[in-house]
Design a protein around this ligand. Structure first.
Ligand code: GLY
Length: 344
C-alpha cells in the first residue's frame, strides 16, 4: 500500500497555522507540510537494537489496545531493569564520580504532551518518571535531586543502580585515566570498557495512527557529573508529532543536540521524506553543524550517531553514521535490520 498525502481539504485543516505563517512572510518559500494518512495505519514499533524484546512487548500491548506511550514505557522498561544492559537504568555505566545519572524523555502524540528528567539518580525506571511528569504536572522537565524527590513522592524507592559489573568497569576506567596519578593502571586493555553512548529509544504507532516516543539512558559513560545528554531533551533524543510521526536517537548526544535531531527528522518527514531519508538528511545536518574536533582528517565522524523513525502510516526507517542494527516489530514480528549508513 503506497503512502498518500492527505487531501487538500484535510491538509488545510492540519496545517492552517503554517500556511498563515507563509502568508505573513511573502517571498519566503515554505515547504508544504505533508501529513501522511492511511486507514487503518500499520501498527509498528521501532527502537535501538537493544530494544528487540521491547518492541515485541510494545506491539503485543498495542495489538490488545494499549496506548502507544504505555506500550513504549513497558517496552523500554525491560532494558532499564536488565542489569546486563550497561547503557540504561539499573546497571548503566556511571559518571566520572562512579554515580549512575539517568536521562529520559517522552512525547504522547494524541495529547501533545511531553515529560523529561535529567541527571536522575537512584531510580531504576526513569521512563515511568517522565510519564508521571507529563501526566501530573504542568511542566515538562525535572532534574537532579528534585526529580528524585518527585519520583519518591509517587512511591519509588531510591536504590543503588551500580551493579558489580558496572562498578568494576568504572574502577578500571578510573585506574587507567592517567599514568601519573596514584591509581595503579589495570594491565591489559581487555578489561577496559570503552566510553559508551548506548540508549534505548522507542517510537510507536498504533492502528488508529496515534504516535508516541520515549527514550531512556544512563548517558555517556564516565561523563562529567551533571551532564545531561540528548535523551533528556525533548526535540533532541526523541520527538513526536501526531500528524506526522516520531523519531529518536542513540549515539553521542552532544552532536545530536546541536541539530535538535528528533525534531529535525520529524520535520523532514513532514516535508514528505521517507523515514529512512529523513534520518539520513539529519545525519548530514549533524556533519555540517559539529565542531572540528569531532571530525577526523578524512572527513568521517569520530563518533557514532543513529536515528530511528516511524511515520503515522507505520512506515519505518533508520540511519546511522556507520553500520549499525536497529529493532523493529510490525505485522511481520520482531527482528533486527540494518540502518542505512552515511559513511560505509
Ligand atoms: N545519546 C545518549 C547520550 O549521549 O547521553
Amino acid at each position: 500500500m503506497a503512502d498518500t498525502p492527505v487531501s487538500r481539504r484535510s491538509f488545510l485543516g492540519a496545517a492552517g497555522a503554517a500556511l498563515a505563517g507563509a502568508a505573513l512572510a511573502p517571498g519566503h518559500a515554505v515547504a508544504a507540510p505533508y501529513v501522511l494518512r492511511r486507514s487503518p495505519s500499520r501498527l509498528c514499533a521501532v527502537a535501538s537494537s537493544n530494544g528487540l524484546r521491547g518492541v515485541a512487548k510494545a506491539v503485543d500491548m498495542m495489538t490488545q489496545g494499549a496506548d502507544t506511550l504505555d506500550a513504549g514505557v513497558a517496552g523500554v522498561k525491560i532494558q532499564e531493569l536488565d542489569p546486563t544492559d550497561q547503557s540504561v537504568g539499573y546497571g548503566g555505566l556511571p559518571n566520572a564520580d562512579g554515580v549512575v545519572q539517568l536521562d529520559a524523555s517522552c512525547m504522547h502524540g494524541p495529547t501533545k504532551r511531553a515529560g523529561a528528567v535529567g541527571a536522575l539518580e537512584g531510580i531504576k525506571t526513569p521512563s515511568e518518571i517522565v510519564q508521571l511528569v507529563m501526566k501530573y504536572t504542568n511542566h515538562i522537565m525535572l532534574v537532579g535531586r528534585d526529580a528524585q524527590r518527585f519520583a519518591t513522592s509517587y512511591g519509588y524507592p531510591i536504590e543503588d543502580l551500580l551493579t558489580p559489573a558496572s562498578r568494576e568497569a568504572w574502577l578500571h576506567w578510573r585506574a587507567n585515566m592517567s599514568a601519573t596519578d596514584n591509581y595503579i593502571d589495570v594491565p591489559g586493555s581487555e578489561k577496559l570498557v570503552k566510553t559508551t553512548t548506548g540508549t534505548c529509544p522507542m517510537m510507536l504507532v498504533n492502528q488508529a495512527g496515534d504516535v508516541s516516543s520515549i527514550v531512556t539512558t544512563s548517558g555517556l559513560s564516565w561523563k562529567v557529573p551533571g551532564r545531561v545528554g540528548d535523551s533528556g531533551i525533548v526535540g533532541a533524543g526523541q520527538y513526536t508529532d501526531n500528524d506526522v510521526g516520531a523519531a529518536g536517537s542513540t549515539g553521542l548526544g552532544e552532536c545530536n543536540m546541536l541539530v535538535c535531531g528528533g525534531f529535525s527528522v520529524v520535520d523532514n518527514m513532514r516535508r514528505g521524506m521517507h523515514p529512512k531519508d529523513a534520518c539520513l538528511a539529519t545525519l548530514k545536518r549533524v556533519m555540517a553543524m559539529i565542531p572540528a574536533r569531532w571530525v577526523a582528517p578524512n572527513g568521517r565522524p569520530t563518533f557514532q550517531l543513529q536515528y530511528y523513525a516511524v511515520n503515522k502510516a507505520g512506515v519505518y526507517g533508520a540511519a546511522a553514521m556507520t553500520a549499525s542494527p536497529f529493532a523493529v516489530c510490525d505485522e511481520k514480528g520482531a527482528r533486527t535490520e540494518d540502518c542505512a549508513v552515511l559513511f560505509s
